[in-house]
Design a protein around this ligand. Structure first.
Ligand SMILES: Cc1cc2nc3c(=O)[nH]c(=O)nc-3n(C[C@H](O)[C@H](O)[C@H](O)COP(=O)(O)OP(=O)(O)OC[C@H]3O[C@@H](n4cnc5c(N)ncnc54)[C@H](O)[C@@H]3O)c2cc1C
Length: 221
């Protein structure tokens, strides 16, 4: 990981930092550089903490950048991010990353905050015909579910690992993919989440006949 002396960055003012679920926040600040949906930024609050990377969750044409993040109680940066108030300073790198090439009718598979790059793609109109399979432990962690229900309808599949049976699929995204009857091996798949989630998901897709060349991934470490 680079340090702040090796990165070009601006100081931005926080516009808002809103709790949207226990331990989950959306941070907003002014957009200073154009970006492609799927790209990330490095954020920080002081040079002493190495830059951490965050996917941009907002649309390409919005004036504000939105970052969806969860607080890690033992983490170095996120407990400080969660305390930021409007008007506070934040260090923001230029956008970078190559998780941006989306083919038509993509299948997005996300765990937790891994939904962020897909939100940016959907809100930017770059994911026509998309299916989104999102995994979370409890219903309140299906971020942006109102907008996703209205835009994707039945192509928005929520996999709730700690729910009792109800209207959501009970289990992880990997459980869903193992039994998904409509899985089309020719679809382009895009995975985003922890290394463990991405590797397990990729292995299941391959075992179901999806060619490796159809699987793209972004790993959050
Ligand atoms: C390309 C990319 C995009 C990303 N996008 C997002 C995003 O959009 N949203 C998001 O929320 N995250 C995202 N991440 C993850 C993010 O960069 C940070 O890793 C995350 O927010 C944690 O940062 P932190 O400084 O709070 O925790 P860190 O200090 O980095 O700690 C991470 C974890 O390690 C554990 N840990 C730390 N030190 C110790 C120790 N000494 N002993 C035991 N355990 C320890 C902590 O409990 C914590 O859970 C992304 C990562 C990458 C690589």
């Amino acid at each position: 990981m680079k340090n702040w002396n090796q990165i070009s960055y601006d100081i931005q003012r926080v516009i808002s930092n809103t709790a949207i679920a226990p331990g989950a926040y959306i941070l907003k600040f002014k957009k200073n550089n154009p970006f492609a949906a799927g790209q990330v930024l490095a954020l920080g609050v002081s040079k002493e903490i190495e830059p951490r990377y965050y996917s941009i969750a907002s649309a390409e044409n919005e004036d504000l950048i939105s970052i969806l993040y969860t607080e890690r109680i033992e983490g170095k940066l996120t407990p400080m991010l969660s305390l930021l108030k409007p008007g506070d300073n934040i260090m923001v790198s230029k956008p970078f990353g190559t998780f941006t090439q989306v083919k038509p009718s993509p299948v997005f598979v996300a765990a937790g905050t891994g939904i962020a790059p897909f939100m940016s793609m959907l809100l930017s109109g770059k994911a026509k015909g998309a299916t989104l399979i999102h995994g979370a432990p409890y219903p309140e962690y299906f971020y942006y579910s109102d907008i996703l229900l209205s835009t994707l309808g039945e192509s928005y599949i929520r996999c709730c690992s700690r729910c009792q049976s109800g209207c959501l699929f009970v289990g992880r995204v990997t459980d869903y993919l193992k039994q998904w009857n409509d899985l089309d091996v020719n679809s382009p798949f895009y995975l985003c989440g922890s290394a463990e989630m991405v590797v397990e998901t990729r292995d299941i897709l391959i075992s179901r006949g999806v060619p490796v060349s159809n699987i793209n991934s972004e790993i959050y470490f």
